[in-house]
Design a protein around this ligand. Structure first.
Ligand code: NDP
Length: 389
């Protein structure tokens, strides 16, 4: 029996994870569930899955959750705050951690899980983008098994040989090909992009996801973050990571080998497939997702991304090449810009402009510790906010 902590249980990935877990009560048991402020949703999950611990973001939220659970006779212990998140991610009672908090807030508990040697199912790409080497060092020091859940990285993982060890040259890997749907604005007239509303930006053509990642998909910053994520997960250089637009989202990514072979993983666009793969690895279990109907899909198309339409993708490659804290600065500026856009405080096109300004203003440094990294994250957020006001 695997005991699981789900960080970000009330989100899109969290809910899909619980869906898969519920299909296999003989294999998985929920140790802890966490959310930030959606107390009602977390309470419903606690009543259904009976975790030992539930964590929320504030004392008020904890009080509200405790009151609901007490009234229903549920014995789940309630805690709040970052220390409690880190404790549930590294607790002796837990075997595996689904890292599905959105944004930089996910880094401390995900890193705590890595340091404690837990099996990590990594959806929270921002954590890895920010901390890069620091995170990978923690994983290798503790021996924590790291399973990518992002569908593209999960696909690449599935197309790589066992014992790959982040060494492309030793395994004849020449490139990883990250597919991208292109999001909702792939074909929209360029000069109308400044009119984009938050509701248009979150309406992804193929995937149902949280609001932040949906906006990231519309700017293609999501793919940019994934380029950086692929660098750390698979040891590939920026030149070895190629983004290919594939609007149907059927091929989730590919690996190109020196002998001319290209291996791909295909599936319906449903996160339960990579989640089930990560949970059961190296076995396969039912996820609730049906097989792809290739005849019905009939056509798969591919083309190069346009950096003029998607400047965020270029900014992410620049951050990867700059190294050190540049990806963390990029990520922080993006989080502030996306929130400001969702709040109606800046326009769609201002997202990439704001990130570029922050990156120009902050030179970045090497990463020595988590404290220094979080300091750079804070500085980048302050700088981004100062440009908005
Ligand atoms: P959602 O916005 O749907 O859910 C986010 C979760 O994180 C919620 O449980 C939320 O709690 C919690 N949360 C938000 N802010 C904080 C905080 N400050 N501290 C602690 N917890 C917090 O996001 P998604 O599920 O879409 O995405 C989660 C992660 O997975 C992201 O990093 C995303 O990039 C990645 N991912 C998502 C995919 C998808 O299909 N959705 C695909 C691939 C990767 P509450 O509900 O209370 O606000």
């Amino acid at each position: 029996m695997q005991r699981i902590t789900i960080l970000g249980a009330t989100g899109s990935i969290g809910v899909s994870t619980l869906d898969v877990v519920a299909r296999h009560p003989d294999r998985y048991q929920v140790y802890a569930l966490t959310a930030h402020s959606r107390v009602k949703e977390l309470a419903e999950q606690c009543l259904r899955f009976h975790p030992e611990v539930a964590v929320v973001g504030s004392a008020d939220a904890a009080q509200a959750l405790s009151a609901i659970l007490k009234e229903k006779g549920c014995k789940t212990e309630v805690a709040h705050g970052e220390t409690a998140l880190c404790d549930t991610a590294s607790a002796a009672e837990c075997d595996a951690v689904m890292a599905a908090i959105v944004g930089a807030a996910g880094l401390p508990p995900t890193l705590a899980a890595a340091r404690a040697g837990k099996k990590i199912l990594l959806a929270n790409k921002e954590a890895l983008v920010m901390s890069g080497q620091l995170f990978m060092d923690a994983v290798s020091a503790s021996g924590a098994p790291l399973l990518p859940i992002d569908s593209e990285h999960n696909a690449i993982f599935q197309c790589l040989p066992h014992g790959y060890g982040r060494a492309p040259a030793h395994h004849g890997v020449s490139k990883v090909l990250l597919t991208a749907s292109g999001g909702p604005f792939l074909k929209r007239e360029l000069d109308t992009l400044h009119d984009v509303t938050p509701e248009e930006a979150v309406a992804h053509p193929n995937w149902v996801m949280g609001r932040k990642i949906s906006v990231d998909s519309s700017t293609m910053m999501n793919k940019g973050l994934e380029v950086i994520e692929a660098h750390w997960l698979f040891g590939a250089s920026a030149e070895q990571i190629e983004v290919v637009i594939h609007p149907q989202s059927v091929i989730h990514s590919m690996v190109s080998y020196v002998d001319g072979s290209v291996l791909a993983q295909l599936g319906n666009p449903d996160m339960r497939t990579p989640i089930a793969y990560g949970l059961a690895y190296p076995e396969r279990i039912a996820s609730g997702v049906g097989a792809v109907d290739l005849v019905k899909i009939a056509q798969l198309s591919f083309f190069q991304p346009d950096f003029q339409r998607f400047p965020c993708l270029r900014l992410a490659y620049d951050a990867l090449l700059a190294g050190g804290t540049a990806p963390a600065i990029l990520n922080a500026a993006n989080e502030v810009a996306v929130q400001a856009f969702l709040d109606g405080r800046i326009g769609f096109r201002a997202i990439d402009q704001l990130i570029a300004r922050v990156m120009d203003a902050l030179p970045g440094t090497g990463i020595a510790s988590l404290a220094e990294l979080l300091d750079q994250d804070r500085l980048a957020r302050e700088k981004a906010l100062s440009f908005i006001q």
